[in-house]
Design a protein. Structure first.
Length: 318
């Protein structure tokens, strides 16, 4: 048997996009630090910074008026409002985690034009998973209207219907991200291995579906304004379009950053990742575990702590 054959047989097997088979030696340390990072984000996250300081100010500047207090005039205004408020709410820990996980795809091609084309393809697969979920939920909102739990304003001593929907949605997304992180670090079998053998882009489609599902539990005030308007029209086609544009706007900023990295620094990123076996697994696994722990911690532990069901510390500034 030749040396080339031996090298090929000893090479780690990539089972899916997020699991390349080259795992770090200190994977338990990476896991521990990522879990601590997610819990620290849970402890210190201040929602008003993302919603008010960034989200409201960005939307007000782009629309030219107070986005939250000005009624949406009609369908045309609602479509613009959906896209702008999606863009204004794009800087969240969830989006950063999703694009951090596909970061190892940066710069696999040779020329800058090829890099840009290679980077655009993952974004297309993300959109393929995201838009059907957003559109389907928007259509349901257009049909059911304000009777949905997410719209409920009924006071409750315990967990309100709106809070329950958010907890279930983001808790499920967080659990999926945590499992993907454990698989990327080689601590559990890759749950996407079987489907990836037939559909190599399935992991990216799943990521897109998770981004689309953010709307199912999102409490962002400007999103609730759009939700209220779409529900009031009782038009499933408008609801599907508005919710799709909200999700597209939500990933624009991260998409542009991803494309710029691919065009300008792609080769350097790839060389850095390839310099040490397991480095790609560390980046991917840490991004998923940190985000998954944050979503579980924030939407389960912190919410239950706020409602008095258990004790969970919160930063003085949060």
């Amino acid at each position: 048997m030749s040396a080339a054959t031996l090298a090929s047989s000893d090479a780690p097997e990539r089972t899916s996009l997020f699991v390349d088979g080259r795992f770090p030696r200190r994977r338990l340390l990476v896991l521990l630090l990522s879990l601590i990072g997610g819990l620290f984000l849970t402890y210190g996250w201040k929602a008003s910074t993302a919603d008010d300081a960034i989200g409201f100010n960005t939307a007000n500047a782009l629309l030219g008026h107070d986005a939250h207090r000005t009624p949406i005039a009609g369908v045309g205004a609602g479509i613009l409002f959906a896209f702008v408020t999606g863009l204004a709410g794009s800087f969240t820990a969830c989006n950063v985690a999703v694009f951090g996980a596909v970061g190892p795809l940066v710069g696999r091609a040779a020329s800058r034009r090829e890099k840009l084309r290679a980077a655009a393809a993952p974004l297309g697969w993300l959109a393929l998973g995201m838009i059907p979920v957003s559109a389907a939920y928007g259509a349901v909102v257009g049909i059911v209207g304000t009777r949905m739990p997410q719209y409920s304003t009924a006071p409750a001593k315990g967990i309100s219907p709106r809070t329950a929907q958010s907890m279930i949605t983001f808790g499920s997304i967080g659990l999926i991200m945590l499992l993907l992180g454990l698989a990327a670090l080689g601590l559990i079998p890759d749950p996407l291995a079987a489907v990836s053998r037939r559909f190599p882009h399935a992991p990216l489609i799943l990521m897109g579906a998770l981004v689309g599902a953010f709307l199912i539990g999102r409490p962002y005030p400007l999103f609730r304004d759009m939700f209220r308007h779409a529900a009031g029209t009782h038009n499933p086609f408008y609801g599907a379009l508005a919710f799709s544009l909200q999700s597209i706007g939500n990933i624009i900023a991260m998409s542009v950053l991803f494309l710029l990295l691919s065009w300008g620094l792609g080769g350097r990123v790839q060389r850095w990742l390839a310099a040490r076996p397991g480095r790609t697994a560390i980046v991917t696994g840490a991004a998923f575990v940190t985000a998954g722990m944050f979503m579980l911690g924030y939407w389960e532990l912190r919410v239950l702590g706020r409602l008095g069901y258990l004790w969970f510390p919160t930063a003085p500034w949060a």
